[in-house]
Design a protein around this ligand. Structure first.
Ligand code: ASP
Length: 582
């Protein structure tokens, strides 16, 4: 045994005991006649003392050769410390070292292994094993473990069975490109890595597993955006003999359990909101409802007053900014510049100051009287002292712009509190979504999602209006999970593929296995998947998921530590029957 205790364990009660410790050298303070070393491991820090009067000379000589991050093992006696450190649990004691063994030396780390490090992000990723030694990263990984353990506890208690599904599969369309793996044994053929285990979990339901879950890696070859990982983890779930209501209840229960166990917060019922309402009121399908600033639609009170811009707009929409009436001209101009940035894309912004005396002052006073502006205040819920910000244009675009403005202002006003949690179910998503590029309808969730029976008739007349039995779980403005009730009969599934532009042959060739399975007694079923990385980050009150992944990829999808992706040699290419263009 290298150690009898960990470095987080010893207390004043252990004084007088002889113990062995092992770990990394965090810090050395050499006063000549006395040397203190902070010894670190996952569990904490224990102070070691080498003392001219009480330690052997040879041990002191050895201690003088130590450097940062050396791995050592020591034997010594626990003694009470003279100057105690109240900040750490081992702060009342130190270890008077009698024996020191250097288990391994260490090169000088490229950044400091401290909570606040001097290392930049890329450098820390390159030496991730050193970064993991730092408390914030270590704590994040331990936090993630706690969350996954609670997920397993809850679902196992509810009779869910964790089943592994294969990684080398055939493409599952979830809206992204597949990562593919060439098959050496089958010339010209490829596996795809799963974008999710969607079809497998449905087949598990046909197989009678009844309640399935899996904490599973998924792979999507998407254009990279900040904080998106090409491989990520889902808590993937499926249940048989259920309706939407059953699924919402179970997974509301899981989320409540996590908030209770991890955050010590009790949340009663989760509110529900239709997709349509979310879009109209918040401009997006994952609203942060920790604060108000709901959209007020102003068409009736803003059009036909000779203000051309509003007259020509499809939608005029406003929000009330609490306390915004006190903004200076300069501050408002800055806000206007902000909405006009290309990333937001508004052409301009109209504003109204709601004064304490009940009067209004707007940037369009030429066109609107006090009565009109009072109506705007009513529609947006603006009170005395607020500022109304108004945008106009094509409905979809304006809503997106206004949603961005709402989030930005809430951030600036400190309304997005990291330790406040507001879960929300968004339900009744549209089944299909028009894609401008391909000029075709796409499945909004995925092609296995069932339409609402009452909307089936619209499938031929107005496909965009068909609603699905599909739902998302939103937490603090982030989608943390989503799923649907599935189609479980062959004919509806074939009809769906037809609407999505698959010929019967294509449908058969890609999804024949699923449609076949539906011929052998498929139970009604449905499920959902949570994005674990994001869920963990949000529960920890953080926004970047990278911090919660042991070995993340950077913003260009590279693992800078192992240097992947990388070239493979010519022989391997030949063996795989692959040829490069150049
Ligand atoms: N497979 C879906 C996804 O990855 C989740 C589901 O429908 O259960 O989003």
């Amino acid at each position: 045994m290298h150690r009898s205790h960990t470095n987080g364990e010893l207390r004043i009660e252990n004084a007088g005991q002889e113990v062995q410790l092992a770990g990394w050298v965090q810090k050395i303070r050499d006063k000549g006649f006395m040397i203190w070393v902070d010894l670190r491991d996952r569990y904490g820090i224990t102070q070691l003392i080498f003392d001219e009067e009480r330690s052997e000379k040879a041990v002191i000589e050895q201690a003088k050769t130590l450097g940062r991050e050396f791995v050592i093992q020591v034997t010594g006696t626990v003694i009470e410390r003279q100057s105690k450190n109240e900040k750490i649990p081992t702060g009342k004691i130190e270890l008077l070292v009698s024996k020191l063994q250097i288990l391994n030396g260490a090169a000088l780390p490229p950044f400091t292994i401290e909570d606040e490090t001097d290392g930049g992000e890329e450098l820390r990723m390159k030496y991730r094993y050193l970064d993991i030694r730092r408390n914030p990263v270590k704590e994040s990984l331990i936090f993630r473990h706690k969350v996954t353990q609670e997920v397993r506890n809850f679902l196992s208690n509810e009779d869910f069975i964790e089943v592994e599904t294969p990684y080398l599969i055939k493409s599952t369309p979830e809206g992204a490109r597949d990562f593919v793996v060439p098959s050496r044994m089958n010339e010209g053929q490829f596996y795809a890595l799963p974008q999710s285990p969607q079809t497998f979990k449905q087949l598990l339901m046909v197989g009678g597993m009844d309640k399935y879950f899996q904490i599973v890696k998924c792979f999507r070859d998407e254009d990279l955006r900040a904080d998106r990982q090409p491989e990520f983890t889902q808590i993937d779930c499926e249940m048989a003999f259920v309706e939407q209501e059953d699924i919402l209840n179970i997974f509301e229960g899981l989320t409540r359990h996590l908030l209770q166990k991890i955050n010590r917060i009790d949340i009663a019922e989760f509110p529900r909101m239709s997709f349509e309402h979310a879009i109209k009121t918040y401009g997006n399908d994952k609203p942060d409802i920790r604060f108000g600033m709901e959209f007020g639609e102003l068409n009736a009170a803003a059009k036909h007053r000779n203000f051309k811009i509003f007259d020509e707009a499809e939608l005029v929409v406003g929000i009330a900014v609490p306390g915004g009436a006190s903004y200076t001209r300069k501050e408002i101009d800055k806000l206007i510049d902000w909405v006009r940035r290309p990333q937001i894309g508004a052409l301009g912004m109209v504003y109204v100051k709601c004064h304490e005396d009940g009067t209004y002052k707007s940037s369009v006073d030429k066109f609107y009287n006090q009565e009109d502006l009072a109506k705007w205040a009513e529609e947006t819920g603006a009170k005395a002292g607020d500022l109304i910000c108004v945008l106009s244009g094509v409905a979809d675009k304006v809503r997106t712009q206004m949603s961005a403005l709402r989030m930005e202002l809430a951030e600036r006003l400190g309304l997005r509190k990291p330790n406040e949690f507001a879960p929300l179910w968004v339900v009744d998503f549209p089944l299909l979504e028009w894609d401008e590029e391909t000029e075709r309808y796409h499945a909004m969730h995925h092609p296995f999602t069932s339409p609402k029976p009452e909307d089936m008739a619209l499938l031929d007349t107005d496909p965009g209006k068909v609603r699905a039995n599909a739902y998302d779980l939103v937490l603090n403005g982030n989608e943390i999970g989503g799923g649907s009730i599935r189609i479980h009969d062959k004919n509806t599934q074939a009809l769906m593929f037809d609407h999505l532009g698959f010929t019967p042959e294509e449908a058969k060739e890609q999804f024949g296995f699923l449609m076949n399975a539906f011929e052998y007694g498929a139970p009604p079923h449905g499920g959902l998947a949570f994005g674990l990385d994001r869920l963990v980050a949000i529960l920890a009150g953080k926004e970047t998921i990278r911090d919660f992944i042991a070995f993340p990829k950077n913003n260009s999808g590279r693992d800078v530590m192992i240097d992947a992706p990388s070239k493979i040699d010519a022989e391997q290419l030949t063996e795989l029957n692959l040829k490069l263009k150049h």
